[in-house]
Design a protein. Structure first.
Length: 295
């Protein structure tokens, strides 16, 4: 968004940048389940959602009363973050049910840590827009569904990086499910990084690293430092594969989450597996592709 604003010569305050990024993150999450936008890349999404507003921003009178008819995906901007208050059901968050449906063992320690994480996420979400989930089942699927599927597919003691970790999915969930992994969470947005830092301390997982910067910045000084790279709804698939190729070591794996777009290609990154699955509680369809960096 900063690049788009700069090209048009429009000032973009920090508060606007953070709010806009949170909105587009939520849109990307929703678009994985519901067809919300025709955009097929990060650049297309920014242009579709904000370019007209950037041009209009200097042309609307101060304190004007503005109506947008047919607001589409931008309507989420006008839903107060406190309008949906998430609460654990009487029997607790349905983590065990989700794991059982997928046939994934869920040790008691993982169940307790996962529940504590979701409790704090629900608390924070009452004040700060942290998740697009609108029910306990949606929250469990959004936060843990992908990690439950990945948990049996990541090598033992692997160094894992999750770029754009947001509220913790899938990286923190994977760390909870697989305590043998060395997980690094990358989250540049201040409020989300603060939330992750709070949760890491609350569940006593100080072995999980938190990098409050962008994946691009991390790749410049730590290229090839990880065995497995993950990112969900952070970059367009092709852009993510390009960045992941710089983050993983030779013979390391990059996982790409797909919605409806075809799997990207890149020299030096070989596609080795692809599979479809559904989240256990909401039955949203997902596609994962794994690439291996050539030695």
């Amino acid at each position: 968004m900063q690049r788009a604003a700069s090209i048009l010569g429009v000032p973009l305050p920090q508060a606007a940048r953070e709010a806009g990024a949170a909105w587009l993150d939520r849109l990307a999450e929703w678009n994985a389940r519901v067809d919300m936008t025709a955009a097929r890349s990060a650049d297309e999404l920014v242009d579709l959602m904000v370019a007209d507003a950037l041009v209009l921003s200097s042309r609307v009178p101060e304190r004007a009363r503005v109506i947008d008819v047919g607001t589409g995906a931008s309507g989420s901007l006008f839903v107060p973050p406190t309008s949906i208050r998430l609460h654990a059901p009487s029997g607790g968050w349905p983590l065990q049910r989700a794991a059982s449906i997928l046939g994934v063992p869920l040790p008691q320690a993982a169940l307790e840590a996962g529940s504590a994480w979701l409790d704090r996420l629900a608390e924070w979400n009452a004040r700060v827009d942290m998740t697009a989930a609108r029910s306990a089942d949606e929250l469990v699927d959004l936060m843990t569904g992908d990690a439950l599927v990945l948990s049996s597919r990541v090598p033992e003691r692997a160094r894992v990086i999750d770029v754009g970790a947001g509220a913790g999915a899938p990286g923190l969930a994977l760390a909870i499910l697989r305590p043998d992994l060395a997980v690094t969470l990358v989250e540049p947005q201040g409020k989300r990084a603060a939330f992750l830092r709070t949760v890491i301390g609350a569940i006593d997982r100080l072995d999980v690293s938190l990098e409050p910067k962008t994946g691009e910045a991390l790749a410049q000084g730590n290229g090839g430092a990880w065995d497995v790279a993950l990112a969900r709804a952070t970059l367009a698939p092709a852009a993510w594969l390009e960045l992941a190729a710089r983050l993983v070591a030779p013979s390391g794996s990059a996982w790409v989450f797909l919605a409806r777009e075809p799997a990207p290609t890149r020299p030096g990154m070989v596609q080795v597996e692809a599979f479809d699955y559904v989240w256990p509680l909401t039955k949203a369809g997902r596609t994962l592709v794994r690439y291996l960096r050539e030695a």
